[in-house]
Write a protein that binds this ligand. Structure first.
Ligand code: NAD
Length: 491
């Protein structure tokens, strides 16, 4: 039997345990790995390393919970529970933001104003939304009534990335619970903390044991693969890289699991000469560098119409130089540390590729002076690359953007779409007809005109091509987490 232990946070060390059937537990074999603070390179604490056995225990608990009191909860009861979870997240906003910042290297101010409030809102939004969900009924003349029953899918495996840990976990978890499913969650190995605390919060809110379980560990040959291979997991909700999505799809094929994938992006940011340049620069600073550029929606390929190219570069470079890279806990910091040594080296390797490809680095491209420890990189602006350079084609997922001039609408649409990705795109223009024309031609699941990251959670969110399968948000998530039966009654 596993030994029950309680989570101790936020006192150091912050040790993360699995959470199975309502209890914090270590691994069967006691195996752990270290969690590193990316801003200091110090060990934050240990993380229980799970695998097949822990996942199996969690899946069994989730299956049992599907038949327990959770099965009989009404929509109103689940709505109240979600609301309570959202409230408790807000009550612990400071603590959660602090933990998220320690774990990811992102600025505390960002975690406090974006990640944690949005995590709470994910629960509040679905608490309201689920109340209005109804089912179809179709009367067929005087012959029959067809109506549709909607029920939970079953046990959902939720596998998460590290860039927006609590925000993205709750984005998947809230609608899954709203529909009455049970879950086995695997947070990213780099960022285990806030998911672990969320389990405590949900228990306090009244979530029955076994409804949400969490197993820490890695992907391949570890907890992630164990979830995607498990025959008693009915669906997988995954956010991460396309190559991981492909691996999960192969495992999930063995028992035909339902899949929802939100994958990577190499998003174009297209700026026409008639754009409001100051609005555009302010937003482009965010869309390029917020969260160290570690947001799947970041516009890492910037295309600027030639007449304003020099003006844009001058203003963009000047504003980028104002960004403050450093200690994530300092309220003035705008740009924290990258997630890990491995990722830091990977992002730097793209700067080397750019140099070898003859690019000009206008700003950044190096570790900030005075910061000897931590995975810090100055926000970096690159020009002069051929469209086939790996820097222009591959997702870098760091504070690095490429900028190129363009002359015609046709040319920029062609370049913007010349990628396997299709997650997001941004267009800056004051010509409404052009905006309408361009948005119809862009191959992206999420398109913004004269803004970026403006979200309404009712709208479909997700990518086309290698950027995802399916959409989330509003009814799209509710449908993914629903199983349907159509009933026909002949009169
Ligand atoms: P990743 O694919 O390396 O890992 C994501 C998760 O999958 C981790 O929990 C990991 O342990 C697990 N995993 C790895 N291999 C696995 C396997 N074989 N089977 C099962 N699980 C496995 O991604 P990452 O580096 O954590 O995140 C960055 C990526 O996520 C980027 O590509 C980014 O664009 C993407 N992302 C997309 C969205 C979106 O909404 N579209 C949002 C955030 C991040």
């Amino acid at each position: 039997m596993l030994k029950e232990v309680t989570l101790r946070s936020p006192v150091k060390p912050i040790n993360c345990l699995h959470f199975i059937n309502g209890k914090y537990l270590p691994s069967f074999n006691g195996k752990t790995f270290n969690n590193i603070n990316p801003a200091t390179e110090e060990v934050l604490g240990s993380v229980a390393e799970g695998g097949k056995e822990e996942v199996d225990l969690a899946v069994q608990a989730a299956r049992r919970a599907l038949k327990g009191p959770w099965k009989y909860t009404t929509v109103e009861e689940r709505s109240k529970l979600l609301r309570r979870i959202g409230d408790l997240i807000l009550e612990r906003k400071e603590e959660l933001a602090y933990l998220e910042s320690l774990d990811t290297g992102k600025p505390f101010s960002l975690a406090k104003t974006v990640d944690i409030p949005r995590a709470a809102y994910n629960f509040h939004f679905y608490a309201d939304y689920i109340i209005g969900v109804n089912t179809d009924a179709n009367e067929q003349n005087d012959i029959a009534l067809h109506y549709t029953l909607r029920r939970p899918v079953g046990v959902i495996g939720i596998i998460k990335p590290w860039n927006l840990p609590l925000l993205l976990l709750t984005w998947k978890l809230a609608p899954a619970l709203a529909m009455g499913n049970t879950c086995v969650i695997k947070p990213a190995e780099w960022t285990p903390i806030t998911a672990t605390v969320l389990m405590e919060i949900m228990k306090e809110a009244g979530l029955p044991d076994g409804v949400a379980n969490l197993v820490h560990g890695f992907g391949t040959n570890s907890a992630g693969a164990a979830i995607s291979e498990h025959p008693d997991v009915d669906a997988i909700s995954f956010i991460g890289e396309p190559s991981t999505g492909a691996a999960i799809m192969r495992s999930a094929a063995q028992n035909l699991k339902k899949l929802s994938f939100e994958l990577g992006g190499k998003n174009p940011n297209i700026i026409f000469a008639d754009a409001n340049i100051d609005d555009c620069i302010d937003t482009t600073i965010r869309s390029s560098f917020v969260n160290q550029g570690e947001v799947c929606l970041c516009g890492s390929r910037i295309y600027v119409e030639r007449p304003i190219f020099d003006l844009f570069m001058e203003k963009f470079i000047a504003k980028t130089k104002e960004l403050k890279v450093g200690d994530p806990l300092n309220p003035e910091t705008t740009t924290g540390a990258l997630i890990s040594k491995e990722h830091y080296e990977r992002v730097f390797s793209y700067i080397e590729i750019a140099k070898a490809d003859g690019a000009k680095i206008h700003v950044g491209g190096k570790r900030p002076e005075g910061l000897e420890k931590g995975y810090f990189l100055e926000p970096t602006i690159i020009t002069g690359l051929d469209k086939n350079s790996r820097c222009v084609r591959e997702e870098i997922f760091g504070p690095v953007v490429t900028v190129a001039p363009f002359d015609t609408e046709e040319e920029v649409i062609c370049e913007a779409n010349d990628t396997h990705y299709g997650l997001a795109a941004t267009v800056w223009t004051s010509d409404l007809k052009r905006a309408m024309r361009i948005t119809r031609s862009l191959e992206a699941g999420v398109i913004w005109v004269n803004t970026w990251f403006l979200r309404d959670l009712r709208t479909p969110f997700g990518g086309m091509k290698h950027s995802g399968i399916g959409r989330t948000g509003g009814m799209h998530s509710i449908d993914f987490y629903s199983e349907f039966s159509n009933v026909t009654i002949k009169y």
